[in-house]
Design a protein around this ligand. Sequence first.
Ligand code: ASP
Length: 342
Amino acid sequence: MSKWKHKHILDLASFSLEDYSSVMELSHRFRNQPLKGVRKLPALQGRLVSTLFFEPSTRTRSSFELAAKNLSADVQSFTPSTSSISKGESLIDTALTYVAMGADILIVRHNCANVPEQLANELDKTKTNTSILNAGDGLHSHPSQGLLDLYTLANHFKPEQPLPIALSGKRIVIVGDILHSRVARSNLWALTGCGADVILCGPSSLLPSCFSEFVSSPPPGISNDPVVNRGQISIKRDLDEALCDADAVMTLRLQKERMHENLITDLRRYHYEYGLTHERLKSCGKKIPVLHPGPANRGVEISSSLLEDRSICLIEEQVKNGISVRMAILYLVATGKGLTSK
Ligand code: ASP
């Protein structure tokens, strides 16, 4: 396994194929690790992981905390409403307070894009070794979700070897509110980075045409794309057509809290046109897996019965894999190396 280069994980645009391989290989080992009667591995003993969530979270926060505890790290959580943020303390001063208490890794979620990056830049100026992991920033990025989706798909396609090659040439549909989704953005980098083609599907109000160019313009700071052969992105407005030759489909919630205006007024019509149901999947002629990052709105982007059908819907797998993938990320960032080969 190659040496890990990322001190912080802020988005996936800077990830190479080797980076995806390292995360997936390690996630797979953690997932299958025989714990021999103990629940914890000693890998991060003596390290302090602090979670700073300025936005609500059900899965990501508890998954990161569990992952850190599984590696024997100490875990400290920050709750904005009961902190000195309500007395006007700045974000950087809050972060520096946690660094002064000895945090090795700060896991940050914020409703504004690039807050984790700004904190990382400020911390780097102080020459601290503390790493920042982005746990979701505005519409921008949700790297750990992108990585766990990648691993879940690879593990579905090739359970004996869930590595990037398992995704090469696959066609993955992402349907729904792409515009407001940091999950979609991280998945676009991750899936195309492993050679999958992505078909985006949704109405133009939630999926502007410019998304077909998304991965051709890397964000500031990345002059050369670290991936040589990326998959392609295309856009389809008709879901049945998009599903025709798809290998998997991921559906997204309407993220109303991130919309400035009410872009979808008729939820029944939206469900009819873009909702996933057993009937719709049947009509595309083959059994393809369904992913959902959660939280789901039953009867809107997905029917209740499909959401609960574990033979098709991988939502539970995603949650379970989220723990091992986050263990992998924490391990790589904290130690700067992969596990030694078997
Ligand atoms: N949980 C994901 C996120 O934090 C997806 C969602 O909220 O719909 O972005």
